[in-house]
Write a protein that binds this ligand. Sequence first.
Ligand SMILES: [Zn+2]
Length: 279
Amino acid sequence: MPDLWLPGAERHPLGDTAPTDTRYAPRVIWHITWDKNATRAKPADLVPFDQLVRYFTGSGSSVAPHLLWDPFSGRTAQFYPADSRSKSVVDAPGGTRTNRTGRVCLQVETLFFPYCRVGGRTFATVRDTPAKGLDKILAWARSWGVPDDWPMGTPTWSADRDEHTWETRGGHYGHGQTPENQHTDPGPMPKWSGASPVPKPPPFPGRSAFGPGKSNASVLLLGQQLVRRGFGKHYRVGPSRDWGEADRLNTRDFQLAQHWSGSDADGYPGPQTWARLFG
Ligand SMILES: [Zn+2]
């Protein structure tokens, strides 16, 4: 199992853990702490990291994330282990369980507000910061199967929400892209490599390429794409050319996440599965 706690993070376990809905693809939800309303004309000093740690372990524990991240110093503090839900998004009764969707549903509060002042400089977006330590957070998320992509696009200050995408795609989301929520954070984020568009899908090789005893490049391609999309949890060592039960179980998880059932979710890829997986 990957690390439950981000290596190097200061640990402040709140207890009060609860499982996530692991049939959905793994994801990260990004926030900014938005502590003050500053403007270009009236910037304000960044709030001290330890003040936020006190908040999330005290009066703010009901909205605590997994991680608090300071993009200026690279300091991180963690309040929940990776396999628990955290509490930073609104979850209305019924409907999508926003804090729980995914094998992991990691939430990161970035210590930031627009026009915060650090070391005499003013920063309008998280993208403008040095983003220190971001590589470690991304590596940790990848170890939990979170793909590098932003399924609803890289965040802006506008709030776009698409419940179907949310439920079916793993990757990175902004608070502003989360169903049932009104906030518009985190705004523009630093670019990372996986934010590039997905290449053209390969043609479906036919149903006969898959199943017990089959060994070919399409089985490997299927497995690699399942991992990329966050549906690799049944692999012990990773995908290979040889069809195995892990291929079937991972494919089935992906099919179930499309809300398919019966023979449409038997774990054997057909043209629809292929199109969705690579689409
Ligand atoms: Zn937020």
